[in-house]
Write a protein that binds this ligand. Structure first.
Ligand SMILES: *Cc1c(COP(=O)(O)O)cnc(C)c1O
Length: 238
């Protein structure tokens, strides 16, 4: 069993820290939003977070989104897919999620577009970009970003592109972590100047429990916070 008490207190603490970091970075208060990452935690914990005012939850498995959707069918929860998505699981995401932040290849965009058309739905999307050379990280090679955005612009009307997402390198060297966030912002700035039709790049989803201070300093508009809200995932939950 995970410790799920005090979720509201933790959410408040994270919100306060986000606001303090935003202002300290010289950015307008309220310009960084909080995405709670509920992967591995049960719907009782999610209900507790919803009672504290959250509606959007990040999950990294299509099946978990499907199962939790059923358990929370009485709520207005909004699921955000943040994990690597295999094309054979795209249907669950097209059916149940409101947004995908891990859109990282044409093959996936193609399948999602087809599934969304079948469902009669549209979905917000962020393109996940690889900003470190760590072999384990998913995400699009930055060199392929312009072509991918051009593809989405003309071929994927059901995916409303709103920005970019990244995960920083897992490194105790904070400068190396910060460089990943800076890289994403610079890539975004470069792509924005190309004025690709139907593509908005306003949003930058970057920063997790351990590094969101650096992400906010580099221009994050949305931080994805799991353990700082729900607790440690190292022991298994239901
Ligand atoms: C798990 C996860 C997070 C949250 O990580 P924490 O360190 O628990 O805050 C953020 N983004 C992605 C893509 C994740 O998979």
């Amino acid at each position: 069993m995970n410790q799920v008490s005090n979720i509201a207190d933790r959410i408040n603490a994270v919100r306060n820290r986000i606001e303090a970091l935003t202002v300290a970075a010289g950015r307008p208060a309220g310009s960084v939003s909080l995405l709670a990452v509920s992967k591995t935690f049960g719907t009782d914990a999610i209900r507790e977070a919803m009672a504290a005012g959250l509606r959007r939850f990040g999950e990294n498995k299509a099946q978990e989104i499907r199962d939790k959707s059923q358990e929370l069918a009485d709520t207005d929860v909004r699921w955000v897919m943040i994990g690597h998505l295999q094309t054979n699981k795209a249907r669950d995401v097209a059916r149940h999620a409101h947004e995908i932040q891990s859109l990282d290849r044409i093959e996936l965009a193609e399948v999602l577009e087809r599934r969304l058309q079948l469902e009669g739905r549209v979905m917000d999307a962020l393109v996940q970009v690889k900003t470190s050379s760590e072999p384990s990280k998913f995400g699009l090679d930055p060199a392929e970003l312009e072509d991918f955005l051009a593809y989405l612009s003309s071929q994927a009307p059901s995916l409303r592109v709103q920005g970019l997402m990244t995960m920083a390198v897992n490194d105790p060297d904070r400068e190396a972590v910060r460089a990943c966030f800076r890289r994403l912002r610079e890539l975004r700035d470069t792509m924005q100047r190309k004025n690709i039709p139907n593509i908005s790049l306003e949003r930058l989803s970057m920063g997790m429990s351990g590094d969101y201070d650096l992400a906010i300093a580099e221009g994050s508009t949305e931080v994805r916070i799991g353990s700082a809200i729900f607790g440690d995932r190292s022991y298994t939950s239901s």
